[in-house]
Every structure is written in C-alpha cells, then in structure tokens.
Write a protein that binds this ligand. Structure first.
Ligand SMILES: *Cc1c(COP(=O)(O)O)cnc(C)c1O
Length: 370
C-alpha cells in the first residue's frame, strides 16, 4: 500500500469521500425532469452566497465565463484596459480579451504570489483613465493585499473583480475574499477547492443591479423569457452540477482545514532548509489550493520526489506574457515584471487535496526531510 503513487491532486477522492450524498443528488436531478437553471441552481446560488456572506450568487458554465460576464456587467468593453497579474491561470487574461478589453499585466509580490500594489500604482499612473477594472487573483488560495489594491483601484476610478477561482473560503482580516471588490468570480473546475464533477462557475456580489445584469447576460440578455433586452450569451450552470456542488459545499470548510493541516506538516518538514515554504501573511486565512515551494534545483528536486512515487506540478510553467499567444503583444507594467520572471523557474506545487490521508502526508514529509 505504501508504494501507491501519490497524485498531486485527486478529484476522484473528492467524489468517493461524499459518494452517497453525490449519487443521491444526481439521482434526484435525473428524476426531476429539469436539467438547466432550475431549483438546484437557485439553491446552490443561495447557499454559496450565504457561505461567502454575499447577497447574491449567479451560476455560470465555467470560471472563465464568470470572469467575462463579470467584466461585461461592470461595463468593460473595447477601448478599455483591465489590469491583472501575469502569474495566473491563462484564463484570467483570456477572459479580459474575450470581454473585448486589453489586459495590462502587473508584477507580483514574490512572498505572497499575488498582485504587487506598488507595481499596480505605477501601471495605473502610466495608463491614466484607461484602466476600467482591476482583477486581483487570490492565487494558490492566498488572499491578495486587498486593502492596498482596493484603495489604489478606487483612487484611479477602476472597478474591482476578484478572481477567487483558487480561494473559495479564504479570508483576510476577518473578511472572506470575494467581499472586497464589486464582484467576485469563482471557477468550480474539478480540481478546485470547491468543485463540480465537470465544468462550473459562479459569481458573487452585494450589488442588486450587477446581479440582475449577470442573470440577463448569462442567458441571451433575457429579462423575460425569449425577450432579449441586451445582447447576451449562453453560459448556464446545469442542475446536475449544482446538485453535486450543494452536496460538496457543506464539506468545504472541513476540507480547507485539512489542506491547512497538510500545509502545516509540510512547513515543519521543510523548516529553514533550501526548499522554501510559502510565506504566511498575518491576518490571512489561506486555503492552500496549491502548496507552492521555491527551490533552485527544481528538476532534481522533482525527480527525487518522483522516484519516491510523489507527483508534483508547475503552476504555471510559463507566466502568461511569456506564452506564445501573448508574447510581445500584451502591455506590461512600466517596470516590467521582474518578480514574475524570477520565480517562474523555481516554483513547484506539492501534492495537495482535501482528502489526503495521514499516510500520504507522512510519505511526502519524510521525502521532504530527506
Ligand atoms: C481555474 C481558474 C480559472 C478558470 O476557470 P475555468 O473554470 O477552467 O474556466 C480562472 N482563474 C484562475 C485563477 C483559475 O485557477
């Protein structure tokens, strides 16, 4: 048994841990005869919004669409710039272009892996009046410095859309991420902390008007069935995924807590050695979507873990501005992105998921100590 490979993430474990509830939820939907935007979606939207502490939740087809709709609801379109980080899932930057706007890429604070407020200020000053929105990403489950980012964005007249796709349940200074901006977008992709067994996404907001706009935009701009008030699209959450998400949402806190336990065990194993553990930010509740270390001899480190049956991953192998689709095409902060460039070659994600067993954690920590 001890020789079973340890995956870097394990969506199937997330299903098996709650199999009876999930199977029951699926059977309930199949028998209901209603498969798109029905009672299950409405209930999930209510329950998820209540969990975050927001007034409204709006289910959509995936996290990328959640970001695109969020930007459109904020009035972002052609001619506008949207500032975000290059050290993120490509989806964040792709969504900006899908909304018709131009991304402006900001450097990160290398201790936190999230948007650097000073670098944001420099970029907004350099493009005064053009940046309509800022998308901070709570990468790896670590809250970005929202007090600073919020002040800077508001000072420049920019709206804030939080990308919470890796941070369901994370908090800063006693307030959950997703409550710091105008709107928040969450992916519910199978590997995320809260995940569907397929694609899914959701937005939260306290703003009644944004809520209305999102609901219209996700279904052809309908206010009333078959009557389009605005040009919209089709990005709906289905009932099966919503029912599965409801079954899983009640376990999210426990699973986030398990991720923190695993992270604490990794922290202890790494100590002050050559492999650098992620920094803890005072006042932040991290949800460790990923546990990302920095190590100079990255290939050798990964190889030695692999020999012990321990999988690792790179999130991400290349910053977005270095990828072929974006290279030399997307504007960067005036100072460039030195921290993003620097960490790109040293980061490694260790095994991390909410159902990791004690035995799996012990095998990883033993390997890390060696
Ligand atoms: C997963 C992810 C997305 C995209 O979500 P999809 O559901 O795959 O479209 C966006 N932003 C971040 C930070 C993500 O991790």
């Amino acid at each position: 048994m001890t020789d079973q490979p340890i995956p870097q993430t394990d969506p199937k474990a997330g299903y098996l841990a709650h199999k009876a509830e999930i199977d029951q939820a699926i059977a309930r939907v199949l028998a209901s005869g209603w498969y798109i935007l029905g009672q299950e979606v409405a209930a999930f939207e209510r329950e998820f919004a209540a969990y975050i502490g927001a007034r409204h939740g709006v289910g959509v087809a995936n996290g990328t669409d959640a970001l695109v709709l969020g930007l459109k609801a904020l009035g972002v379109g052609p001619g506008d710039m949207v500032a975000t980080v290059s050290h993120t899932a490509v989806a964040t930057v792709a969504a900006i272009e899908l909304a018709g706007a131009q991304p402006l890429l900001i450097d990160i604070d290398a201790d936190r892996f999230t948007m650097d407020p000073a670098n944001l200020t420099a970029a907004l000053d350099a493009h005064r009046g053009r940046v309509k929105a800022v998308i901070p990403v709570h990468l790896y489950g670590q809250p970005a410095d929202m007090a600073a980012i919020g002040d800077i964005a508001r000072g420049h007249g920019a709206r804030i859309l939080e990308d919470c796709s890796q941070a369901h349940g994370a908090a800063l200074d006693g307030r959950k991420v997703g409550l710091w901006g105008d709107l928040a977008a969450y992916s519910l992709y199978p590997t995320k902390n809260l995940s569907a067994l397929g694609d899914g996404g959701v937005l939260t907001t306290d703003d009644d008007e944004l809520n209305q706009r999102l609901r219209m935009l996700r279904e052809y701009g309908w206010r009333e069935r078959y009557i389009s008030d605005v040009p919209g699209t089709n990005t709906r959450l289905d009932e099966l995924q919503a029912a599965i998400l409801r079954a899983k949402l009640v376990h999210l806190e426990t699973e986030n807590e398990r991720r923190r336990q695993v992270a604490a065990a990794y922290d202890r194993a790494l100590g002050n050695g050559p492999v650098q553990a992620p920094r803890r930010v005072p006042g932040a509740v991290h949800v460790y979507h990923q546990y990302v270390v920095k190590v100079a001899e990255r290939d050798a480190f990964r190889q030695r873990l692999k020999e012990r049956g321990i999988a690792t991953a790179l999130h991400y192998p290349l910053a977005v501005h270095r990828q072929p689709a974006y290279l030399d095409r997307v504007p960067l902060a005036p100072t460039g992105l030195p921290e993003t460039e620097r960490i790109m070659h040293t980061i490694v994600s260790l095994p991390m998921f909410g159902q990791m067993t004690d035995q799996q954690v012990e095998r990883v920590t033993a390997a890390l100590r060696r």
